[in-house]
Design a protein around this ligand. Structure first.
Ligand code: SF4
Ligand code: SF4
Length: 228
């Protein structure tokens, strides 16, 4: 099997990597991403914690999507160094719909939280998906991230209590309540999620306020665009 060194991605803040055999993925997932069966492996790349944002800020990219641009560049460099000449395809970021949370579940990164963002014992909710690669390289598939959902032993549910829209109080997350509240001019959630920032798991990895605002300003802009 081909061995690769992920340390250059780690140093760039792209410090979560999971390698899947495409043949071992659920058929619909593999078929959606690689309909012609051209590749052997899928590499899911994410970031955990604050390092990526620090590197992106230092790169000072003049683009509307600095994290995606930064990720594309670092992944291209990593591929050139580690898998030169090996066929590959970057399917995310891109136009292909990718079930990122489904892959995150398989990687052990994503456990359900009341506020719909994935959570795990190592990073809390402070991680995200940054790239999905398909490759011909015969890489060893990785083991899922260990650890049960922190929510399973969270008795007080501070995230549920903190949501000002009570969007987490019913049997299911109410996207409608969340969106309606976020759109209010005096909303506390225009550029953050108060429920998410109230979760006590792994606070040392919490994004800085600028990164949180960057992420939630983008989602609010989409809400405003769809909502008219
Ligand atoms: S506050 Fe508790 S229930 Fe809410 S996401 Fe964190 S661990 Fe899970
Ligand atoms: S963004 Fe605000 S309203 Fe929506 S779930 Fe989070 S805390 Fe609740």
């Amino acid at each position: 099997m081909t061995r690769v060194d992920f340390s250059a991605l780690d140093a760039a803040g792209l410090n979560l990597q999971a390698v899947f055999s495409l043949a071992a993925l659920p058929g619909d997932v593999a078929a959606a991403l690689d309909p012609e069966g051209r590749h052997r492996r899928l590499i899911l790349i994410g970031h955990g914690g604050r390092t990526l944002w620090e590197r992106v800020k230092a790169a000072d990219l003049a683009t509307e999507h600095p994290i995606d641009e930064f990720t594309r560049a670092r992944v291209a460099e990593w591929l050139a160094a580690q898998l030169p000449g090996v066929a590959h395809e970057l399917v995310y970021p891109g136009d292909t719909p990718v079930g990122l949370q489904a892959l995150g579940r398989l990687a052990g990164w994503h456990h359900e939280s009341p506020f719909r963002v994935g959570v795990n014992a190592e990073w809390g909710s402070w991680f995200a998906y940054r790239a999905v690669l398909l490759t011909d390289a015969d890489l060893p598939p990785s083991e899922p991230l260990a650890g049960d959902s922190p929510c399973a032993t969270c008795a007080e549910l501070p995230c549920v209590a903190a949501c000002p829209a009570e969007a987490l109080s019913g049997d299911e997350f109410s996207l409608q309540r969340c969106i309606a509240y976020r759109r209010l001019s005096d909303s506390r959630c225009r550029v953050t999620c108060v429920a998410r920032t109230s979760c006590p798991v792994r606070p040392e990895h919490r994004y800085d306020d600028a990164q949180i605002a960057h992420s939630y300003a983008r989602s609010l802009a989409m809400i405003e665009r769809w909502g008219g």
